[in-house]
Design a protein around this ligand. Structure first.
Ligand code: SF4
Ligand code: SF4
Length: 683
């Protein structure tokens, strides 16, 4: 009857409240323009230091430019404007966030949400139990930042390996060489003699004869398409000429040299030489590339005195259809010329060097971030493993409960040990406290944009929900409430201490208890009804659960919350699990659903209830009726009654049987008497 009444209360509350749900969408339908939302307080939080914001009207994703002084420092955007994302409650939220030009999120502030477990409007203030919302909102901010920047700074976001033609860092020739960005080959006069000897040209006169200086040529080259290499090697204005004068996809080789011999010569300006840059060429695979005046940008800013790569510098350009692969190795060759007897010139290779572009000059595509729910499973894999192990242990405990219950000591160790694990690790360390909020979100799902991925975003809660649902159908409410609820465990462990200290214990009479049991159904109906009808009141109503105070916030909350949680725990010292039995909305929901359970693993005897009341009086939560029947909706599967059931020192039928055996062994004499462990004598 109580189940039916509780269910009716919830349905009535939800039906009456449904029209008010529409009010939730008021903000979404009348969202103010972005600039109106960027109040000084919002800007100060989302982009600290910004002195001015200005709407960007460039046809891209909506954003406002944030300036510090006169300099553009980044952008402000609204996650709702960029890509409306439903929160954990299923209703889209609005967050304004800032991103600087390097892609760092500068701050964020929540302007609108309907997630009852988000208390305040700044993400950093999330409670530990609101990790699903935090993850979804953080993912929306990261995605918004990427979209806003991708449009305005395409180079930051590439889809394939791309030569970095946008990043510029000032570097001198030695720094470029040290970084591997430029290859250097030095040919001394002595080297030159050896080279000529090897080529069978010893003693032949060179077109450019060595001088007294020991270095004939100090030759440098690199991939000039890279802004840092080409811009430093040949000058930024020449680099700009390369980009403006040659088709997209062209590649540039930057050459430089110092010494007696320069790589450039002057004949590339002569028609008689076909304008060929005849001293250098590039080889890659089977391809050989040579350059002419038309494909060469000479660094003419200070001819002969440049200090970029050398005293002579320039960019030699390869057209897009040249087949040159800037990512693959290539070779640069430098030729000198010897004079023949007839006055003609004959080339001789005097320097040849390999080049491979270092990876730091290649922009790589950013891997697409994992969806929020996958990321959370990846991040929490250790906790998932521990919880999985714990649930296997619990399943074994429940399966072999008869064996465990045969020894009061083993039972006490197993039960206390598991409750400590549930409280300390599951509750306080891992934040795995199932709450009425989770149930509310499942209830609200049909009314909102259902997206199952949001329900997967908190791995421990997902696992606990699935395990609890299965155990509810199989065994009943007691598996979760008796073993997996951290607040329930806290109450029970405190009750154990209370009994050890011999504090007085009080339990209501059966008739009063039945009325008090209704409290949890009323509490459930109120929370469900208010959440649908009046979300902000619903957010307050869920505080009937002290879980956030005692478990996820580690008692780090305001005085009213602490007083409330403290009062519940204090009452629990004298009446075991008073909150669970009489007030907990989640316990009420599970008690309602408990009627689905298929199995009853708790053993009973014909004598249970008539005449024996030992288990009924031993049950710490008085879940055994006078008839001997266990009311599973109120049972916490603590197995205390099973310890009594197997105790041949206390369970009357077993005592009788044992004494009969002993009498038979000793001869005809017996006395029958026993004393129940808690709460007085059994009949
Ligand atoms: S009744 Fe509530 S507090 Fe008690 S164990 Fe169940 S869910 Fe936890
Ligand atoms: S003692 Fe009570 S709560 Fe514990 S298992 Fe038995 S009936 Fe359930």
């Amino acid at each position: 009857m109580f189940h039916r009444l509780g269910l009716a209360l919830i349905v009535c509350a939800a039906v009456l409240a449904a029209p008010a749900l529409a009010a939730t969408y008021e903000y979404l339908e009348n969202t103010p323009p972005l600039l109106e939302r960027l109040t000084p307080e919002v800007v100060a939080t989302a982009f600290p230091g910004a002195t001015r914001v200005e709407l960007v009207d460039d046809g891209g994703p909506p954003a406002a430019a944030a300036y510090i002084g006169e300099n553009l420092a980044g952008y402000l955007f609204s996650a709702l404007d960029i890509s409306p994302t439903p929160g954990y409650s299923g209703v889209p939220f609005d967050i304004v966030a800032g991103v600087d030009l390097a892609g760092n999120v500068t701050g964020s502030i929540i302007l609108f949400h309907r997630d009852p477990h988000v208390e305040h409007n700044v993400i950093s203030e999330f409670s530990a139990g609101a990790t699903i919302s935090a993850r979804i909102m953080n993912a929306a901010i990261a995605q918004g930042a990427r979209i806003v920047l991708r449009f305005r700074n395409g180079a930051m976001d590439v889809t394939e390996p791309t030569i970095d033609a946008v990043t510029y860092r000032q570097m001198n020739d030695q720094e470029l060489i040290d970084a591997g960005a430029v290859t250097r080959i030095v040919v001394t006069n002595t080297d030159l003699e050896a080279i000529l000897a090897d080529a069978g040209m010893s003693g032949r006169e060179l077109e450019i004869a060595p001088r007294n200086a020991p270095v004939y040529v100090d030759f440098r080259f690199g991939l000039g398409t890279v802004l840092t290499i080409g811009g430093n090697g040949a000058g930024l204005s020449n680099y700009e000429s390369f980009h403006s004068s040659f088709p997209e996809g062209s590649q540039a080789i930057v050459f430089g040299s110092t010494g007696t011999y320069n790589f450039q010569g002057h004949k590339f300006q002569n028609r008689a030489n076909d304008y060929r840059l005849e001293r250098v060429r590039v080889l890659q695979g089977d391809n050989s590339y040579e350059f002419t005046r038309d494909t060469y940008i000479r660094d003419a800013s200070s001819p002969g005195r440049s200090v970029r790569l050398g005293t002579f510098n320039g960019l030699a350009v390869l057209p897009p259809d040249s087949g040159f692969d800037p990512f693959a190795p290539w070779t640069a060759e430098l030729y000198a010329y010897v004079k023949n007897a007839d006055g003609s010139l004959e080339p001789v290779l005097i320097a040849s060097g390999e080049y491979q572009l270092p990876p730091q000059y290649v922009l790589m595509p950013q891997p697409e971030p994992l969806p929020a729910w996958m990321q959370s499973w990846h991040d929490d894999r250790e906790a998932v493993f521990i919880l999985g192990g714990a649930l296997i242990v619990l399943t074994l405990i429940l399966t072999f409960q008869a064996a465990i219950s045969r020894s009061g000591q083993v039972h006490r160790m197993v039960r206390t040990g598991f409750l400590i694990f549930t409280l300390v690790w599951l509750g306080w360390i891992a934040g795995g406290q199932l709450s009425i909020l989770h149930l509310l979100n499942y209830l609200q799902a049909p009314f909102q944009n259902f997206d199952w991925t949001f329900y997967l975003a908190e791995p421990l809660i997902v696992i606990l929900t699935v395990y609890t649902a299965i155990s509810l159908v199989l065994i009943g409410r007691g598996v979760f409430c008796g073993w997996l609820c951290p607040f329930g465990a806290l109450q029970e462990l405190l009750a154990q201490i209370s009994r050890a200290l011999r504090l007085p214990q009080w339990n209501p009479s059966e008739s009063i208890q039945k009325r008090l049991w209704m409290g949890k159904y009323i509490s459930l109906a109120a929370v469900v009804g208010l959440t649908f009808a009046w979300p902000s009141a619903g957010a307050a109503a869920v505080e009937v659960e002290p879980f956030q105070t005692a478990i996820t916030s580690y008692f780090q909350r305001g005085a009213p919350y602490l007083l409330y949680a403290g009062a519940l725990l204090t009452v629990g010292l004298f009446t075991e699990r008073a909150f669970c039995r009489f007030l907990c909305p989640l316990g009420g929901a599970f008690a309602l659903l408990d009627r689905l359970h298929l199995l009853n693993l708790l053993k009973r005897r014909p004598e249970c209830g008539s005449p024996c009341q030992l288990c009924a009086r031993s049950c710490p939560v008085r879940a055994i009726e006078k008839s001997g029947k266990i009311k599973t909706a109120e049972c916490f599967q603590c197995l205390d009654c099973q310890v009594e059931y197997f105790d041949d020192e206390r369970c009357p039928p077993l005592v009788t049987a044992r004494k009969s055996r002993e009498r038979a062994a000793r001869g005809p004499q017996t006395v029958f008497a026993y004393t129940p462990s808690r709460g007085g004598a059994a009949s």
